[in-house]
Design a protein around this ligand. Structure first.
Ligand SMILES: C=C1C[C@]23C[C@@]1(O)CC[C@H]2[C@@]12CC[C@H](O)[C@@](C)(C(=O)O1)[C@H]2[C@@H]3C(=O)O
Ligand SMILES: O=C(O)CCC(=O)C(=O)O
Length: 360
């Protein structure tokens, strides 16, 4: 029997093993050039940096302030917003397999209704927290849409909104995360006193005696990262379509090249980094690369803080009416889709859906 396989219209291009330089894409440049560069970056590393991104400095600064204020609260107060199941405040336990990371975080659903609910447990001034967060999330969602439209253009797809419409209103499963990593001092260095002094920068409540203990609990997915650094966030790919990351000026982020090298990404607080996620790799039939990345806690007295917007389609709508296969992009297979839902640890009702449709 001959089985018709859909033509892989969007094929993975040849990959170069050239020396790495993070592509920097200037969104104010000519559209046709920018769209071509973005497609190339999505194919080669699945990772790039954007400048002239259009997100106002003030929107970023206000969000950073809210996050710093939250993480500076006493543990007992932060725990009111937890545990993260998957949304809310989480500390150290980053994955549902019990993966450990040396960080604390807040993971939120990126829609106004959910944000205003969660704000009540996060802030003493919930209305300010939710308006600042909504402004930030809306601005980075707009940036994601701009990028997705440029991608469609670069792929010569007729409907320029084919990808961006998946996330263009706030009714989708996008999420927002802020990570906060403690500072790290390498074993046997004598700078403890010095470090401790700077700990107070965020008036944080990390117990330095925990650090030595935590060093022993290296995430099982990382075999070894050497004695001078520790895992902040274990290696993974993001299940969503795109991730938009902004961090302060503390290093630690690394991406994995296709030939298996870990490449440190110098931090840049004024710009954004973009990651291709598993969903985008699937939608483009593997032409785009979902980028493997991790965060190491570096030997620095300063703490890393990063904020991420994860652009994801409305999964419920996708379940009830999966997009039709056409020549433009391919809907997820059920296997891929299930993986995304599981990775997001979404509501049990959605997981039940798959239990009842296990033949997919
Ligand atoms: C270690 C993990 C955290 C994560 C689930 C996972 O097992 C692997 C993917 C991780 C990730 C990365 C992007 C998002 O931050 C996240 C919410 C997601 O959907 O996949 C996290 C997951 C998580 O924090 O539960
Ligand atoms: O904190 C960072 O810089 C990146 C962490 C990350 O990859 C994630 O939260 O999914």
């Amino acid at each position: 029997m001959v089985v018709a396989t859909p033509t892989p219209l969007l094929r993975r291009g040849n990959k170069k093993t050239s020396a790495f330089g993070v592509s920097t894409i200037d969104l104010s440049e000519d559209k046709s050039i920018v769209s071509e560069m973005i497609v190339k970056a999505c194919e080669e590393y699945g990772f790039f940096k954007v400048v002239n991104h259009g997100v106002p400095k003030k929107v970023i600064a206000r969000m950073e302030r809210e996050a710093v204020d939250f993480f500076s609260c006493p543990v007992s107060q932060k725990q009111r917003a937890g545990p993260a199941t998957p949304f809310g405040y989480g500390c150290k336990n980053i994955g549902f397999n019990g993966d450990k990371g040396d960080l604390e975080y807040i993971l939120l659903e990126a829609n106004p209704l959910s944000l205003s609910q969660c704000a009540k447990t996060i802030s003493n001034d919930p209305s300010t927290f939710s308006s600042v967060t909504n402004d930030y999330v809306s601005a980075v969602r707009k940036l994601s849409c701009d990028i997705l439209e440029l991608v469609a253009e670069g792929l010569w797809v007729e409907d320029k909104c084919i990808f961006s419409k998946l996330i263009s209103d706030s009714q989708n499963d996008s999420c927002f995360r802020v990570n906060h990593y403690p500072p790290f001092s390498a074993p046997n260095n004598n700078n403890h006193h010095h470090h401790h002094h700077h700990h107070e920068e965020y008036n944080n409540h990390w117990d330095p005696s925990e650090l030595e203990e935590e060093r022993l609990h290296i995430s099982p997915i990382i075999p070894s990262v050497g004695s001078k650094s520790r895992v902040g966030f274990g290696e993974h790919t993001d299940p969503q379509i795109l991730t938009i990351l902004r961090s302060n000026d503390v290093s630690g982020l690394q991406i994995c090249s296709h030939d298996g090298f870990w490449i440190p990404v110098p931090p840049d607080p004024n710009e954004f980094f973009v990651f291709v996620g598993d969903s985008f790799q699937a939608l483009t039939n593997g032409r785009f690369t979902s980028v493997r990345h991790r965060v190491l806690a570096m030997n620095s007295w300063k703490r890393r803080m990063s904020m991420m917007y994860f652009a994801a389609p409305a999964l419920d709508a996708w379940i009830s009416a999966p997009p039709q296969i056409n020549n433009i992009y391919r809907p997820f297979t059920w296997g891929e889709f299930k993986q995304i839902v599981y990775s997001l640890r979404l509501a049990d009702s959605r997981l039940d859906y798959f239990k009842n449709h296990d033949n997919h």
